[in-house]
Write a protein that binds this ligand. Structure first.
Ligand SMILES: C[S@@+](CC[C@H](N)C(=O)[O-])C[C@H]1O[C@@H](n2cnc3c(N)ncnc32)[C@H](O)[C@@H]1O
Length: 382
């Protein structure tokens, strides 16, 4: 079936955040453009390795393979246009019809492994060209065949939105791949990491002290279950949950109750008190788990957690500090996982809007040199 051509004028994305993918073009720090382009390519490499990369979710929506081909060609085109803008005064761009290109090049018939290599190479080339843009170059201009005029500044913002938006288009694959990686490496992760870090032990003592004995806590992403053990030893009652079936299986084998739970899509109500009106968790513990939730989904997850917690209840949240989002294979999980990095300002805003009062946001470094944002917040309304 034919895919409807995209005839929308997307230049509005330069003025305001995109409601679909969450990309905020006006807020983009231009010095981040080269790295953000390379990070985006990590996604396509991973997505193209999935068995159903060439399957369209519906007959009228591109498959991940077709999106990947498009992203490769966008990066090639933007590289040529950027070169024009850097070398010609008021460059004029030839027309490019993305839908015609998809048909002419038979995107759906391309070899995913070859596309994966091409997408990375094209991203690297255009990223390297952005690295040559000097302070005085950002105002250089280029005009499209339809008359839209860009500076290199607006061109870069428009370009990045395109990449982020298409990452959003295949986000169902992002979550699936990450969970499959944990599922395959749950034993290696458990053996390799080995236990809770000292800072986490201290945070657990403090959290338990604030909540008092017997308080009921929802843990999101229990993983091997070390934090839950310590939280219980400190007097709390913990509902262990994880999105990864292998972790839940391991917890059950160790004699614990545990549920497979996706905090974005599942009902978070405590099964123990679901028939009791007006109850909620006394606390939520989310240590290094919500860093796998996509940026545009975190506000929904935080609001669902707030709704499931009583007024005055406490939240512990730890995510990696940084910019952007990318796939990475490192540590004790030998397959790609997707990480979303956060900065203090946007994280505070997301928490506050979701109904949490942020009491503290500390920065902790780990043994790899990665900085973390560690949050203590209270469910507003108390
Ligand atoms: C780095 S491990 C941390 C596990 C545990 N909290 C700990 O500190 O040892 C990340 C955890 O997040 C879970 N996870 C992966 N994707 C997730 C998602 N989209 N939403 C919530 N949790 C997720 C994984 O299954 C895993 O248990």
């Amino acid at each position: 079936m034919r895919i409807e051509p995209d005839t929308k004028d997307w230049t509005w994305v330069l003025d305001r955040p995109c409601p679909d993918c969450g990309f905020d073009a006006p807020a983009l720090d231009l010095s981040r453009v080269p790295q953000a382009i390379r990070d985006n390519a990590t996604l396509w490499e991973v997505v193209l390795e999935t068995d159903d990369a060439a399957v369209r979710p519906s007959p009228v929506v591109w498959s991940p393979l077709e999106y990947a081909c498009h992203v490769r060609d966008v990066n090639e085109l933007f590289d040529q246009r950027l070169e024009q803008m850097l070398t010609e005064d008021d460059a004029h761009f030839a027309n490019w019809d993305q839908d015609e290109t998809a048909v002419e090049k038979d995107y759906l018939g391309q070899d995913p492994a070859a596309v994966a290599a091409e997408v990375v190479a094209a991203a690297d080339r255009v990223a390297a060209r952005y690295e040559t843009v000097g302070e005085a170059d950002w105002d250089r201009t280029g005009t499209r065949s339809n008359g839209d005029r860009f500076t290199i500044d607006t061109f870069a913002r428009y370009h990045l939105h395109d990449l982020v938006h298409h990452a959003h288009d295949v986000s169902h694959v992002t979550k699936r791949v990450t969970v499959a990686s944990y599922d395959a490496f749950a034993d290696d992760y458990t053996a390799g990491v080995g236990g809770a870090a000292d800072e986490v032990r201290a945070a657990i003592e403090e959290f338990a002290g604030d909540l008092g004995p017997g308080a009921r806590v929802l843990e999101v992403g229990s993983g091997p279950g070390w934090d839950a053990e310590l939280l219980e030893a400190a007097g709390l009652s913990v509902r262990r949950t994880d999105i990864t079936p292998a972790f839940v299986r391991r917890l059950r084998e160790a004699g614990h109750e545990a549920d497979v739970l996706d905090p974005l899509t599942d009902d978070l109500t405590d099964p123990r008190t679901k028939h009791v009106e007006g109850t909620g968790y006394d606390g939520v513990w989310a240590d290094a788990s919500l860093l796998h939730v996509r940026r545009e989904d975190l506000p929904t997850v935080l609001a669902k957690l707030a709704a499931a917690t009583r007024a005055g209840g406490h939240l512990f949240l730890a995510v990696k500090e940084g910019d952007g989002a990318r796939f990475s294979t490192h540590g004790h999980v030998g397959a790609p996982r997707h990480f979303t990095f956060w900065r203090e300002g946007p994280l505070r805003e997301a928490l506050t809007e979701a109904g949490w009062r942020v009491d503290r946001m500390d920065k902790n470094g780990d043994h790899t040199g990665q900085d973390w944002l560690v949050v203590r917040a209270v469910r507003a309304g108390a």
